[in-house]
Design a protein around this ligand. Structure first.
Ligand SMILES: Nc1ncnc2c1ncn2[C@@H]1O[C@H](COP(=O)(O)OP(=O)(O)OP(=O)(O)O)[C@@H](O)[C@H]1O
Length: 236
């Protein structure tokens, strides 16, 4: 599959979401350039999933004085794979896409699941199911990939493998990405830029420099992590 870096910059201006009178998103401004990988950190309840749902077009009740611009083709990956248990793996990947069986096979090969096209979801491990979910997202050639803690339920080793896979897929296809995670290291390892949400407001941003070795032994990595933990209110 050819890369398909989009043209549309995600633009969020003064986004507000209230439940009753409580603002869960309280004037969020955010841009994500085509092909840019942004990780979103924040304490539980800070509004991360609410922001992601707004960008996914899953929340009709977002308000705000500003604008919300997202590309047309958006894919979402969640913590659980949300595969249909009664459909085989390939059918899950190409569901709703006519004539795309070959592309579905290619996507499955890209995520390392060639040969598993006819398996049922419950025959796959949790990590493999998330691979299928990634294949299902990418076969739609998204300009924006939204991922809500996609590796949160996986064990540490599988997580590391999935990090490598996601980096490879993003390099190949160049979607803009917004990845919600609780894991500061995961954010630094994967993203071009890390942002921190606190009580519905963006309170910190770290641009990950190209020179940073994506390894915890890198002193710059440690410094970025310390600043992000500070923004999250974690003192070590
Ligand atoms: N349908 C709803 N009705 C009322 N309040 C809601 C609703 N959905 C979310 N909230 C509230 O909005 C706030 C933000 O929730 P959200 O799920 O966006 O947080 P989060 O940062 O993703 O948290 P977590 O890391 O625990 O998933 C929370 O206080 C939550 O209780």
């Amino acid at each position: 599959m050819a890369p398909y870096a989009g043209l549309v910059t995600v633009q969020v201006r003064d986004l507000v979401r209230k439940y009753d009178d409580r603002a869960v998103l309280d004037g969020v401004d955010l841009e994500i350039a085509p092909g840019e990988f942004v990780a979103l950190l924040g304490k539980s309840g800070s509004g991360k999933s609410t922001l992601l749902r707004a960008l996914a077009g899953l929340d009709p009740e977002v308000v705000g004085s500003g604008e919300l611009v997202v590309p047309q083709q958006v894919s979402v990956v969640f913590q659980d794979s949300r595969l249909l248990p009664w459909a085989r793996v390939l059918d899950n990947v190409v569901l709703g896409l006519r004539g795309s069986e070959q592309r579905g096979r290619e996507s499955l090969a890209e995520v390392g699941l060639a040969g598993r096209e006819d398996a049922w979801p419950n025959e796959l491990s949790g990590g493999e199911q998330q691979r299928v979910a990634l294949a299902r997202s990418l076969v739609r050639e998204p300009e924006l990939l939204l991922a809500d803690e996609p590796f949160g339920a996986l064990d540490a080793l599988t997580r590391l493998k999935m990090h490598a896979l996601l980096r490879k897929l993003c390099a190949a296809h160049q979607p803009a990405v917004l990845l919600v995670t609780h894991d500061v290291d995961e954010a630094i390892v994967l993203a071009d830029r890390v942002i921190v949400l606190d009580a519905g407001r963006l309170v910190a941003e770290e641009v990950i420099s190209l020179g940073l070795e994506r390894s915890a032994v890198d002193p710059e990595f440690a410094a970025v992590r310390a600043r992000l933990l500070d923004a999250l209110g974690v003192t070590l």
